[in-house]
Design a protein around this ligand. Sequence first.
Ligand SMILES: C[S@@+](CC[C@H](N)C(=O)[O-])C[C@H]1O[C@@H](n2cnc3c(N)ncnc32)[C@H](O)[C@@H]1O
Length: 248
Amino acid sequence: MDKHADFGNRRVPLSDKQALVDDVFQSVARRYDLMNDLMSGGLHRAWKETLVAAVNLPKGQHAFAALDLAGGTGDVALRIAQAGGRGTHVTVADINPEMLAVGRERAQRAGHDITFVEGNAEALPLPDRSFDAVTIAFGIRNVPRIDAALAQAHRVLKTGGRFLCLEFSSVDVPGLDRLYDLYSLNVIPALGRAVTGDAEAYRYLVESIRKFPRPAVFADMIRGAGFRRVSFRPLTGGIVALHSGWRL
Ligand SMILES: C[S@@+](CC[C@H](N)C(=O)[O-])C[C@H]1O[C@@H](n2cnc3c(N)ncnc32)[C@H](O)[C@@H]1O
């Protein structure tokens, strides 16, 4: 078994990757949401709205439990809380206390009762079959043992529950691919340096996107965790993909 993992373009011992990832998000936590708007020209908002629409939240009092994995500053959780009815409750699980602290402050300001849990997606401190939906946005590629995180998402879902994963993907539109490469390799690290003082964190971001498995391969990993009716949908020319699977 290969006990190494990709950390951007570097191969690192599997057991070292999480600490390196944690340093990245600790460093950028306070500027994380601003950077998302700047880097994506606001597009991340539309991608997250597409994710939330796919959750198919019930209106009114109907009880619905959603878990946003690697939910960081609560950006997806807040959207779910806003879109759901009074019976909707959202839990955020993330390994990074700095990201969670920003999320708690945001939820409090917005007046939403969101539960924030510090925990590793590979070993969630949450009971079996307790959620109607599990979402994860731009999180899975940071997790060292992706298979373990997918197995945990499956474990905590109720039968009939849906897993939805938004992740960077492979640009499949001729012309856009070259433009995207130029932009991501040159502009994003410079923007990261200017806004967060940490170009390396954003170099990691770009490199990790390029290392992430192609969408059909990732869909096979989702199937391998036990999910059924697995599918994916490219968004914005394949810059990101929305993956879906059901616990049946
Ligand atoms: C790019 S951010 C995404 C945040 C949020 N989902 C969003 O879309 O704005 C990646 C998040 O994954 C979290 N993360 C990394 N490894 C993790 C792990 N093993 N378990 C849980 N969260 C993890 C980081 O702390 C960080 O908050």
